[in-house]
Write a protein that binds this ligand. Structure first.
Ligand code: MN
Ligand code: MN
Length: 307
């Protein structure tokens, strides 16, 4: 089962400006072929379907714990998409009276992903940068541990490729931070699946890394995550379980040659995380609704009663 914590995995800087097309580009990291929905779906169903879980515990634990991290990545990218659609942080809600007769959103008909506004109120959904739905065809769960791990290794390298490409399209700090953090974590996952394959087959697959061949220290947004050693850590994302993956991620194994040196380590639990930003209420877009004062008064009363 899953435990939910009301935080993002990292702190994201607020957007400098509202940028619906940047949000659309970032959607590729959510609902694209190699996006977070795909990594989540693959590892989640592989872990559910895993044969001989007890006997293969280090391998099962690895896939199971990374599943939980990927769910947090889905949350992180989704928040960033909504933040870019929302614009700079604003504690207050807009009070425009909900007058839509002057076509206040005329510009939105020209953005790439108009449905993101028209259907989803500026929120994220599992589609790629062009609005094509994410789907089950992006999931591989063969029941063969080597084939599944090979698929996962390919998936993380593919994800790295499209993170680098999305990064090179963005100038806003929010989107860039997401790419920087996920590049570090994706490198960890590619490395972890390579080591798992090495334990089973004896082949030094980690020598192929990094693929594509660009070191993390060339991305400024990766720097602080490298400094704190994130590239050497895997989290169990559990109070007590999944520690057995230290047989794969650990055991004297060290960071990749292009990254800051050090031993690999399994960390119990989860990262400290960062805050979830508020999204502005906009009456003229009916979010959360026209004239929201009554709803907020009701919510305040309910909140006080619950304390
Ligand atoms: Mn991910
Ligand atoms: Mn990953």
């Amino acid at each position: 089962m899953f435990l939910r914590v009301d935080k993002l995995q990292v702190d994201l800087p607020a957007p400098k400006m509202q940028d619906a097309n940047a949000a659309a580009a970032l959607q590729e990291l959510l609902g694209g072929k190699y996006g977070e929905m795909s990594t989540l779906g693959n590892y989640m169903f592989q872990s559910f379907n895993f044969r001989s879980k007890d006997k293969l515990r280090p391998f099962y634990s690895l896939v199971a714990s990374i599943t939980a991290e990927e769910l947090g990545h889905v949350e992180l990218v989704s928040n960033a998409v909504a933040m870019l659609n929302n614009g700079p942080d604003d504690d207050g809600d807009e009070e425009d009276g909900g007058d839509i007769s002057g076509a206040p959103y005329e510009d939105m008909k020209d953005i790439r992903l108009a449905a993101a506004f028209l259907s989803n109120g500026g929120g994220a959904t599992p589609v790629n940068s062009n609005g094509a739905s994410w789907n089950n065809d992006f999931i591989t769960t063969t029941g063969n541990v080597v084939v599944d791990l090979l698929h996962n290794f390919h998936l993380e390298c593919g994800a790295r490729l499209h993170k680098l490409r999305v990064y090179s399209t963005l100038s806003d700090p929010t989107g860039r931070e997401v790419c920087g953090y996920l590049l570090v974590r994706g490198s960890v996952h590619a490395h972890a699946y390579a080591l798992a394959l090495k334990k089973i087959t004896g082949v030094d697959i980690e020598k192929m890394l990094p693929t594509p061949n660009i070191n993390l220290d060339q991305i400024p947004e990766c720097q602080k995550y490298l400094d704190e050693g994130s590239h050497r850590r895997l989290y169990t994302f559990s109070p007590n379980d999944y520690k057995e993956m230290s047989g794969i991620w650990g055991n004297g194994e060290t960071a990749l040659p292009g990254d800051p040196k050090g031993e690999l380590e399994v960390v119990d639990g989860m990262p400290d995380g960062g805050k979830i930003h508020q999204l502005t209420g906009i009456p003229s877009a009916f979010t959360p609704d026209y004239a929201p004062e009554e709803m907020m008064e009701i919510a305040t009363k309910l909140y006080k009663k619950s304390r």
